[in-house]
Design a protein. Structure first.
Length: 503
């Protein structure tokens, strides 16, 4: 009697085996076909297709889909694995050190501008006052704020553009931040020295030297500001808001300083020197604070994550033969399609803000409240604007409404602040229109809402943008939003000059 042995392969029977594969011809294997009535005397009376009907399918066990990735050749890149590991357990910002540093940089970014506009009396009534009465000098003195605005915002805007396109978002952002601070400090030292020198014999030359220093300072600030927004965009969104928060704290500090100076009544020269020295101290503090961030695990974590995201993107596009500039503009196009509404939002926010502040707000005079004009402007214009804009920034840490899709509606509603301001007691001596809103209370309430909404809307638009794009595109989004912000300031300042002709 023949020995019947069942051959097991891949965990299943091999129904086709009739001989021992090891070469033992005496062993006979059970075959379902041999037990079929169609099999007679060892002969086959059916076609091959009929035979196949009795055969169970041969399966590979374990199956292809159950094999580990390394077995079947599907393996995640080391870059992706590192990204996943970093995203699993991000470190905390201990003691909010990085957040505080971002606030310090926000203060330092706007200190130059705030110091120049608050030293208005020093320039117009001290340095540009002279026995000379040339038409040019009179023009420089009368329109000094317009000149300083142009000398400040055009270089700032231009350098924002250059900073984006030159080695966009590369590893040089930190170097640009430090270079911008150093150049600004050097120029402020020169400005302080000029304040100590008697320039009464050459006021026109002093004016142009001042314009030159303002151009250099704000060009450096443009690089500094744009780079900081690029760095903050790699961090959670509240760190972008920290810079804007610092911007408004900067204005608040300078406004308080201005009130103290008015109360103490020192000379215009002494006041200006105090302004410029304080600016230098704050800028040096920001310079030192920058190095603190590099020693925090939190900051290094997000910097590494951003670099890995960029590396992952480049690995996916490694086979692309397109030149660098095409890849660069493709990145801009990709970012623009996702944040164009937020770009408009931050532009329009600052356009409306600078259209009314400080030009209109500083020239609205009290009708019902008996207060000295200088204190009225210092408190209800400069202090109120910066203080309540700061409250608006701070509110976004707890309330983020509406979403990035609908924030534009809130931004557009701010256009109604224009008639509420200009129809009040704005430039009563020279206006041709009647004062339609002769109530100080309405102006104060409008100033509060206007200032609060400026801080709130600017924070939300700037915070939303980096989170609407891929992580590797976040620095580009941050710098583009900073450019839109500066462009809004530039447009607002220049368009604010129309009120002298319209009202």
């Amino acid at each position: 009697m023949s020995e019947q042995v069942q051959l097991i392969t891949f965990g299943k029977r091999d129904p086709m085996s009739s001989l021992d594969r090891s070469g033992d011809g005496n062993k006979v294997f059970a075959d379902p076909w041999q037990q079929s009535p169609l099999y007679k005397n060892g002969s086959v009376e059916s076609s091959a297709s009929e035979r196949e009907r009795f055969l169970p399918p041969v399966k590979l066990d374990p199956g292809w889909d159950s094999m580990p990735n390394s077995t079947v050749g599907i393996k995640k890149s080391s870059t992706v694995q590192q990204i996943e590991e970093l995203e699993k357990d991000p470190p905390k910002d201990r003691l909010n050190i990085v957040y505080i540093v971002m606030i310090i940089h926000g203060i330092a970014i706007l200190i130059p501008w705030n110091m120049f506009i608050n030293a208005k009396a020093y320039f117009e009534n001290y340095k540009l006052q002279s026995n000379q009465s040339s038409p040019a000098l009179i023009d420089y003195r009368t329109n000094f704020m317009s000149y300083i605005g142009m000398a400040s915002q055009f270089p700032n805007f231009l350098m924002n553009i250059i900073n984006i396109f030159v080695q966009c978002g590369g590893n040089t952002l930190g170097l640009r931040v430090l270079s911008g601070i150093i150049i600004t400090v050097i120029m402020f030292v020169l400005t302080t020295v000029l304040a100590m020198i008697d320039s009464s014999e050459w006021p026109e030359m002093f004016f142009w030297i001042t314009m030159g220093t303002a151009i250099v300072i704000n060009a450096a600030v443009g690089i500094y500001q744009n780079s900081m927004y690029g760095l903050a965009a790699s961090l959670p969104m509240k760190y972008t808001n920290a810079i804007i928060f610092g911007n408004n704290i900067s204005g608040t500090l300078v406004a308080l300083t201005n009130i103290i100076v008015l109360a103490l009544s020192p000379g215009k020269k002494t006041s200006a020197i105090y302004y410029f020295v304080v600016a230098i101290i704050i800028l040096m503090l920001a310079f030192d604070a920058y190095f603190i961030t590099g020693h925090t695990k939190f900051y290094r974590h997000y910097c590494k994550l951003t670099e890995l995201k960029k590396q992952e993107y480049h690995e996916k596009n490694a086979n692309s033969r397109d030149p660098f500039y095409k890849l660069l503009f493709r990145s801009f196009g990709r970012v623009f399609t996702k944040i164009y509404h937020l770009m408009f939002g931050v532009w329009f926010t600052f356009f409306i803000t600078l259209l009314l502040f400080p030009t209109v707000m500083s020239d609205i005079k009290p009708l019902e409240i008996d207060m000295d004009g200088e204190y009225w402007t210092a408190i209800f214009c400069f202090l109120f604007f910066n203080l309540f804009a700061t409250f608006g920034n701070l509110t976004t840490e707890f309330i983020r409404w509406p979403s990035h899709r609908w924030i534009i509606v809130l931004v557009l509603l701010r256009v109604f602040f224009i008639p509420l301001m200009v129809l009040g007691n704005f430039r009563p001596e020279t206006r041709s229109w009647a004062v339609l809103i002769p109530y100080d209370g309405v102006f104060i309430a409008t100033a509060v809402l206007f200032s609060f909404s400026s801080g709130y809307c600017s924070s939300l638009t700037m915070m939303y943008a980096p989170k609407c794009v891929e992580h590797n595109d976040a620095p580009i989004a941050g710098m583009i939003m900073a450019l839109s912000l500066v462009f809004g300031i530039l447009c607002g300042i220049n368009c604010s000059r129309i009120w002298g002709f319209v009202i």
